[in-house]
Design a binder for this molecule. Sequence first.
Ligand SMILES: Nc1nc2c(c(=O)[nH]1)N[C@H]1C(S)=C(S)[C@@H](COP(=O)(O)O)O[C@H]1N2
Ligand SMILES: [Mo]
Length: 540
Amino acid sequence: MPGWAGALAGLTAGGVALGLAQLVAGLFGPQTSPVIAVGDGVVDLTPAPVKDFAITTFGENDKTVLVWGVLVLLAVVAAVIGVLARRRLAYGMAGLAAFAVVGLVAVVTRPGASVVDVLPTLAGAAGGMWTLAWLLRRATVPAVSGAPSGQDRGEGLGDGERPAVTGAGGEAERPAVVRASGEAQTFDRRRLLTGVAGGLVVAGVGAVAGSRLAGSRAVDLARVNVALPAPATPAKPIPAGADLRIGGLSSFVTPNRDFYRVDTALVVPQVDPGTWTLRIHGMVDRPVEITYADLLRMPLTEADVTLTCVSNEVGGRLVGNARWLGVHMSDILRRAGLHADADMLLSTSADGFTCGTPVDVVMDGREALFAIAMNGEPLPVEHGFPVRQVVPGLYGYVSATKWVVDVKVTRFDRDEAYWTPRGWSAKAPIKTQSRIDVPSSGASVKRGRTTIAGVAWAQHKGVAAVEVRVDGGAWREARLADVPGPDTWRQWSLDWDATPGSHTLQVRATDTTGYTQTEQEAPPAPDGATGWHTITVSVA
Ligand SMILES: Nc1nc2c(c(=O)[nH]1)N[C@H]1C(S)=C(S)[C@@H](COP(=O)(O)O)O[C@H]1N2
Ligand SMILES: [Mo]
């Protein structure tokens, strides 16, 4: 095996070792990464004059230069290890072990180190050793003197699979060497290169996935360290009678872990509140940029608001109610000075999703918030941490931008948000709706007195009445639970004397404008489903 092949195997083994170490460090935290520990160690051990030189020479890039310097050094050492391993695998293993020892010393001598901190280094070392042995084995094949080895194994006659000793000209061809075992070996270039390619993929995926994991850990940590200020304007207390506490009925407040989640993000955006800013610009007198700290210093308002997704089918679960804490969007927009002819707020999230919200809705005094908290805790990352919009009365896709970073004040006839060219309405107020939660659809019910119950919503108008009918008979008015205001859903219930047989139950709500839900069925697209939630139950 030529020297370059050994060097390549060594580099690949080193890459796999670092990739695996970074992946495992992603699980246990950045302080467990041997790469970072060694880097920090180098910084600590560097004599002050050298540090000063680095800072004056490279300025803010000094850390980048350090990291690259360390990586180049590691690469050289890894290549040498590979070259040596060609002669004797034990040399290579010893070299990698020495690497691991340096990493372990760096990790365990950090302040506050614990036992698990050695895991990334050990995982990396094991992976690197395995890779080195595997590559060397893979790239050497038994040579059968005079016979085309590739054909003997029934494989195609590739570059590295030419006859071993005979043949002319190919750079992969080397005289067979006789190993201690007495078996003739020959170098197979193709098998080495495909193995190297595989190793590099493992190294790259490990490094990228590790940094992803580490990033999400960092944001989780920042999130738990947020101290939520008290609201300047607390929410009205939720009336005791808001929750009827009927088994199977959606609770008035939806716990965060049960709250529906809808977004276009394949991986949840990890936004660091320390560097987050919100920019307000476009048709304004004075563009504004605020930080998370700025936002926390502003007067905060608490509000109970029910979110609804336009994709919710009649009877669907894409609706939930939470207590939000945030700054009135109008407070910040007023600072920027909106132009009179602006009618749209085009908000953008950290991952590029956009959303168009009517200016008049946000400015009309309702609890439209740049929200920082949900049910008493900082926004869960998947619900928009650090900051999202919440606007009562509008479907989520035109109002509820999570991970919001930018608001452009503009006009509906000039700009378009994410879902508009995809067939959804540019404007989408929530349609008055109601749902039967108990009994559940298809349930078997015991004959006699039973309870029918559910929720109804007509955000920012308020639910005025809910009616239920059985088997297409007369509508009967349900009992309504209390609500703190017009922006939340409202529980309802009705007693029913269930008689044996199969029965159809239907519900419809009327909002405070006097509008009663239409029976006309419409699909969610383009601006929200309509129709009456209808279920069938069997009574025995
Ligand atoms: N950044 C971003 N924000 C978003 C979305 C999205 O895809 N990306 N989807 C919206 C939609 S369609 C809805 S219904 C709500 C859902 O909010 P939730 O996931 O917190 O329930 O978020 C809105 N905000
Ligand atoms: Mo949605």
